[in-house]
Write a protein that binds this ligand. Sequence first.
Ligand SMILES: *[C@@H]1O[C@H](CO)[C@@H](O)[C@H](O)[C@H]1NC(C)=O
Ligand SMILES: *[C@@H]1O[C@H](CO)[C@@H](O)[C@H](O)[C@H]1NC(C)=O
Ligand SMILES: *[C@@H]1O[C@H](CO)[C@@H](O)[C@H](O)[C@H]1NC(C)=O
Ligand SMILES: *[C@@H]1O[C@H](CO)[C@@H](O)[C@H](O)[C@H]1NC(C)=O
Ligand SMILES: *[C@@H]1O[C@H](CO)[C@@H](O)[C@H](O)[C@H]1NC(C)=O
Ligand SMILES: *[C@@H]1O[C@H](CO)[C@@H](O)[C@H](O)[C@H]1NC(C)=O
Ligand SMILES: *[C@@H]1O[C@H](CO)[C@@H](O)[C@H](O)[C@H]1NC(C)=O
Ligand SMILES: *[C@@H]1O[C@H](CO)[C@@H](O)[C@H](O)[C@H]1NC(C)=O
Ligand SMILES: *[C@@H]1O[C@H](CO)[C@@H](O)[C@H](O)[C@H]1NC(C)=O
Ligand SMILES: *[C@@H]1O[C@H](CO)[C@@H](O)[C@H](O)[C@H]1NC(C)=O
Ligand SMILES: *[C@@H]1O[C@H](CO)[C@@H](O)[C@H](O)[C@H]1NC(C)=O
Ligand SMILES: *[C@@H]1O[C@H](CO)[C@@H](O)[C@H](O)[C@H]1NC(C)=O
Length: 536
Amino acid sequence: MALLFCIPCPLPNHPICVTLLLSIIWLLLGSTAATGSSSRRGHETDQLALFAIKAKITRDPFQATSLWNRSVNHCRWYGVVCGRRHQRVIALHLNSLQLAGYLSPHIGNMSFLRIISIHNNSFGGQIPQEIGRLSRLQIMHLENNSFTGEIPGNISNCLRLMHLGLGGNGLVGKLPSHFGISLLKLQGITLYSNNLTGKIPSSFGNFSMLKILNAKYNSFEGSIPNSFGHLKSLIHLQLGINNLSGIIPPSIYNLSSIVTFSLPVNRIRGGLPRNLGLTLPNLQVFNIHTNQFSGILPASLSNASNLLALFVARNKFTGDMPSLAGSPSLHELAVHVNHLGNGDDNDLNFLYSIANCSNLEYLSLSDNNFYGMLPKSIGNFSMNLRTIGLGRNQLFGSLPSEIGNLLILETLGLETNLLTGSIPPAISGLGNLRDLYLNSNNFSGEIPSSLGNLTLLDTLVLDSNSLQGSIPSSLGNCQQLSTLLLSENNLGGAIPKEVMNLSSLSIILALSQNHLIGSLPLEVGSLSNLGYPRHL
Ligand SMILES: *[C@@H]1O[C@H](CO)[C@@H](O)[C@H](O)[C@H]1NC(C)=O
Ligand SMILES: *[C@@H]1O[C@H](CO)[C@@H](O)[C@H](O)[C@H]1NC(C)=O
Ligand SMILES: *[C@@H]1O[C@H](CO)[C@@H](O)[C@H](O)[C@H]1NC(C)=O
Ligand SMILES: *[C@@H]1O[C@H](CO)[C@@H](O)[C@H](O)[C@H]1NC(C)=O
Ligand SMILES: *[C@@H]1O[C@H](CO)[C@@H](O)[C@H](O)[C@H]1NC(C)=O
Ligand SMILES: *[C@@H]1O[C@H](CO)[C@@H](O)[C@H](O)[C@H]1NC(C)=O
Ligand SMILES: *[C@@H]1O[C@H](CO)[C@@H](O)[C@H](O)[C@H]1NC(C)=O
Ligand SMILES: *[C@@H]1O[C@H](CO)[C@@H](O)[C@H](O)[C@H]1NC(C)=O
Ligand SMILES: *[C@@H]1O[C@H](CO)[C@@H](O)[C@H](O)[C@H]1NC(C)=O
Ligand SMILES: *[C@@H]1O[C@H](CO)[C@@H](O)[C@H](O)[C@H]1NC(C)=O
Ligand SMILES: *[C@@H]1O[C@H](CO)[C@@H](O)[C@H](O)[C@H]1NC(C)=O
Ligand SMILES: *[C@@H]1O[C@H](CO)[C@@H](O)[C@H](O)[C@H]1NC(C)=O
């Protein structure tokens, strides 16, 4: 370095040159010494800050920080990572240690910090605004603690921040809109499960590198900003369980990287674009249940070949159900409580395509206008089906005995339709069945004694049909049965003592309005099987 400086000297031995060389060497040494001492100072500042952090921790059951002490270089303390050359603290990892207390403002003195990861503890109080001094901060995981107060606006000074993790706390107030001007490197924001309010700032559309935005379980209101159409990197959008309204900006449906589109339980209205399944080719989760969407479900959904979950329940959708043959990975389909189906012979055509969804576990179509007969192909539906909900539609004809093929089915709901014929004895093939709702149809014939083979049965609801004969004593084998509704049928004879003796029958035993002999408690239950989507 010093030699290089001397090369331009016309006369290397000239005194000026020697002086220059010496002064350059002195400068270099001096500056090194200066760096050394500032680094030592920084080292001490870091240690002071760590002691201050330790001092604010009131509970440390795994002794993560309680053993921090001067006999060991703090760079070797539990959870502390230092840079190799400058020995300054660059990361603090104290996750899932059941730590409680406050996060000391001294954390803002650890100026080389790149990572603060203290999620899944019980830190409380305010998030120190001194974090805004950490200009090198890239990753901040404060999720699942008990932080309160507002999000400190000073975090906007952390210009290199890539992950801002604040979910699962008790934060209140509005989102600082100036984050959208400065934190342009953000790739992930979690705000879920707080008490945040106000609008989602339009400036958040500036986060062109944002991949994850999870703000579910808050009280955000207003509409999703139009600027969100600029979030070209967005993969997971989760805004469920808020108070959002308005329509979805159409440009969002052009963000082809989206995998999770999840906005359930808001007040969002409007229709879905016809080419949805083509413009969002990577879609896996489409969840808009419990909103005010209307119009038809786009046929292009069948082009979303990676779709795992389609939750559009509790909206105002009308028209035909699209084919889902092109979504063979589908696990969960929930369209209940809409106005789907036209009351004509084509209503159930889509059911044939469901046989192609061989991973389907959850099928909830109840509370619509579906009209038609259940196809025998129901027996070819996914062997992974656990729930079928078809209640409150306009199904007629008989229940195909092929239903007995769905070996692991747990819930079958066909209540409040126009079904006739007898209950197929083959239903006893459903050895995992917990809940069977066949009430409010026109089933006739006897209750098959093979129902007694369903030993896991918890709820058996057969009321309001035209069932005859006597109550099979085999039901006494259903030792888990807690709800039995048989009222409003034409059942006769005595109530078998095996049934009367079922100790599990605690919820409702309704047998009224039959021709049974003996006296009984008359209770009328109104049970319904409203399937409900599980994921948000
Ligand atoms: C100091 O820290 C070391 C290493 O963490 C630990 O083994 C030792 O017990 C500590 N001493 C005190 C007095 O806490
Ligand atoms: C949270 O911490 C507890 C124990 O401290 C641990 O059992 C649990 O797995 C952690 N959860 C997550 C999501 O990290
Ligand atoms: C560290 O930060 C605290 C609080 O922010 C401040 O009071 C203190 O002077 C700082 N200490 C050092 C050594 O820089
Ligand atoms: C926070 O807790 C939720 C629910 O227990 C869990 O799913 C999530 O992974 C946790 N996040 C972190 C960063 O610990
Ligand atoms: C945080 O920001 C406010 C306003 O910008 C400023 O007054 C305050 O000094 C900052 N606090 C810290 C600790 O940097
Ligand atoms: C949000 O506020 C409500 C009412 O003030 C409170 O019951 C709830 O526990 C709060 N939720 C969180 C995550 O702090
Ligand atoms: C950020 O967004 C706001 C509002 O959407 C806009 O006015 C501003 O120009 C944007 N700033 C940058 C740096 O992109
Ligand atoms: C949702 O927002 C509306 C106004 O837009 C307000 O009247 C209503 O109380 C809010 N609901 C909740 C649960 O915050
Ligand atoms: C979506 O992209 C298509 C094709 O690039 C374009 O024609 C259309 O105008 C875009 N729609 C919106 C709302 O941005
Ligand atoms: C979309 O799916 C339909 C029906 O399965 C098919 O006819 C059409 O070719 C697909 N379009 C594209 C672009 O893949
Ligand atoms: C549905 O599956 C059958 C049999 O595996 C196959 O022949 C048919 O092409 C599939 N339909 C679609 C639309 O993918
Ligand atoms: C099913 O029940 C019928 C009638 O109660 C009985 O004859 C038959 O053996 C049972 N089958 C099985 C597999 O338990």
